[in-house]
Each structure stands twice: as C-alpha cells, then as structure tokens.
Design a protein around this ligand. Structure first.
Ligand SMILES: [Zn+2]
Length: 353
C-alpha cells in the first residue's frame, strides 16, 4: 500500500499568548525580550504564601475568541493545578483549566481544495505559560542550562480542534485562519517567531473507509506554518511506510528538527509513560447539579462563622495584592481585603501588620 491507501487524521492544539500587559495571575509585565528574570515576582515564582489573582482582561480576551469561533461559553468554568516537575516551572504545577474549560463546541471554516470546510473546535481554555530553559544545543548534551522565568505566568489560551483535518495542507490552512482571527480581535499578536503562537499536532493514519482511528503520534512545539506542514508531511510518510511494513505504531511524542537529517522527528523520551498509575487518581467528576448557595455553605461552616464574626469587628482597608515593586499594567485589577485581626505575636511587632 502507499500513502494514498490511508486517510490522514490530524487534530491541532494551539497555544496563543494573550496580548495582555500583565501576566495571568500577577502584575508582572509580559513584554518580549527583557533581560532574564527581570519580569518576575513572588506569585509567578511560586513563593510560599503568595496567592494568584486572575487577570480580568485575559478572561475577556478568551470570551471574545470563544464567541468568534462560535463556541458555547461556560458560565461556570474552573481552574485546576496540573502537577508535574520540570525545572522551568517554579511552582511544580501549572494553573490550567481541565474538566470545566472556558468554552466548548465551536467551528472554524478553512480553505480546502476549491471550497471551504468547517473544522470543529473541541474546547478553548485558559492557562499560564512556564519559564524557559536556555542552553547550547540540546538539553541532553549541553554542559549547563540556565532558566529564565520571565515567561512563567504569561497568559495562554489553548484552542483544541477535533481530529477533523485530513492533510498537512489543511492543518496549515487551519492555523492561518485561526491566526487571522486572533490578530483581528487583537487578543494575540500572532508572532510565531517570538512564541506567541505554538502548536502541538496529533496525527494518525487509518486505511480508507475504516472508521476506527489509528495510533496517534503527538508532535510538540511547532512554531511556524512551514514547520507544521513539513513535520506532518514527514510523519505521514513515516507512518505509511511503517504500516506497509507491518509494524505496530506506538503512541508517543516526537519533536520536529527543521534541519535536514536522517531523523527529523525524533521520539521524546517522556517521563509520563514511566509513571505508575495511582489508585483512585482519576479526574474529579464535573459538577452538574443545582447551583450551590455559598451563603448556606458559610452558615454551615463553624470556622467561616468565626471568621465572619472577627472580620465584622475590624474596618476594611484597600491594599494591593502584590508587592509595590511589581510593575503594574492597565489590566491588573486592585481589590480590597479585610484586615485580619491582630494576633499576639503581631501586637508585639509594630511593623508586622
Ligand atoms: Zn509575577
């Protein structure tokens, strides 16, 4: 059999950096090209005791994009901690949306052949970016690697398509159409060289006429239309040859090397496949019940009642939620919080409050 005997099935996950002045959960600036580690604070470095506060503009940009893609925006959506260890992530978890994304079920029309085709958008969710490791050559062979946390906490929007794309050309057309919408909405500058738009592609082949999907290979961190198309073309030929030879494909993640060479899509030795499955560690079931009345919850909770009684004895004050040294952009909201009642140790230290 040749490649034409197989149908190509491609789904794309696009990460777009939102064009906000400040990061997703703190007041640090997001400008590209600043000296390393100059756009950080205790929140985006994951220091103990620091707390995230969401960037209102990031939510607005996400909703704008969702509506442009015809998605249903979920009135209730939720952030979760995605735990894993990697040196570019200071908190050891990434704040992302999992069971309850911002929006779902959209469509994107792309140019295909002589006409257009609708590609289904599965979901759109918000998350924060991680930092960047800087080294010469590959991480495996470099003598040392340095870390720059300027990008850690930068707001990202992840747009996941259904596996509706049928060729590398269609994948590139999907990216072009999506980039044009994001730039038109001014929610992302679409600059792929600076990493404002990155793409992971899932690709598999199946014999024509067969409904069941083949084994998918994930290609990570593609940062140009050309790389997306070339990497997918290369992978389609590789999979077709492997299937022709009777090989069994293994689900794995591969990295594209744009330089000419014998193995331009090398398999990534991931940590995830080696991790044991924890008992009972499946995702929590999303809440589908009636809305919960928070006032009832607070009334039922003894420590909430004590806290409310304490708070009512103290006046409210306005104060910033981040240190004053943090750069503050126009889209960073200020909030007012109730002052906590002084404790014995605080009373003895006049500077402690
Ligand atoms: Zn920060």
């Amino acid at each position: 059999m040749s490649e034409s005997a197989y149908e190509t099935v491609i789904g794309l996950e696009v990460h777009a950096q939102l064009a906000t002045a400040t990061k997703m959960f703190c007041g640090c600036a997001t400008g590209f090209g600043a000296p390393p580690n100059t756009q950080t604070c205790p929140v985006c470095q994951g220091m103990p005791g620091s707390l995230p506060v969401i960037n209102r503009r990031a939510i607005e940009f996400g909703i704008k994009t969702s509506l442009a893609l015809g998605c249903a925006v979920n009135v209730r959506n939720r952030f979760a901690r995605k735990h894993y260890y990697y040196p570019d992530m200071p908190k050891n978890y990434q704040i992302s949306q999992y069971e309850e994304p911002l929006a779902e079920h959209g469509l994107l029309a792309i140019a295909s052949g002589d006409g257009t085709r609708d590609i289904r958008v599965q979901r759109l969710h918000l998350e924060e970016d991680v930092g960047k490791l800087v080294h010469e050559g590959t991480l495996e062979t470099a003598a040392a690697s340095q870390v720059d946390f300027n990008r850690a906490g930068v707001p990202l929007m992840e747009i996941v398509s259904h596996p509706d794309l049928r060729s590398p050309e269609e994948a590139a057309a999907y990216l072009r159409a999506l980039r044009a919408i994001l730039i038109y909405l001014r929610v992302c500058d679409g600059n792929m060289e600076e990493g404002s738009m990155r793409c992971d592609a899932n690709v598999s082949l199946r014999p024509r006429g067969v409904a069941e999907l083949g084994t998918k290979i994930e290609i990570k961190n593609l940062n140009s239309f050309r790389n997306v198309q070339h990497a997918l073309e290369y992978e389609v030929v590789r999979q077709a040859r492997a299937l022709d030879a009777g090989e069994r494909l293994v689900q794995e993640t591969r990295l594209w090397d744009p330089r000419p060479g014998p193995d331009r899509l090398h398999a990534l030795e991931g940590v995830r496949p080696r991790l044991p499955l924890l008992p009972g560690a499946g995702p929590a079931a999303p809440s589908r019940g009636a809305p919960v009345d928070r006032r009832d919850q607070r009334k039922a909770c003894p420590s909430c009642r004590r806290r409310a009684a304490r708070a009512s004895r103290w006046p409210t004050v306005s104060r910033p939620t981040t240190p004053s040294s943090s750069p503050r952009g126009g889209d960073w909201p200020t909030t007012s919080r109730r002052r906590r009642a002084p404790t014995a140790s605080r009373r003895s230290s006049p500077t402690g409050s």
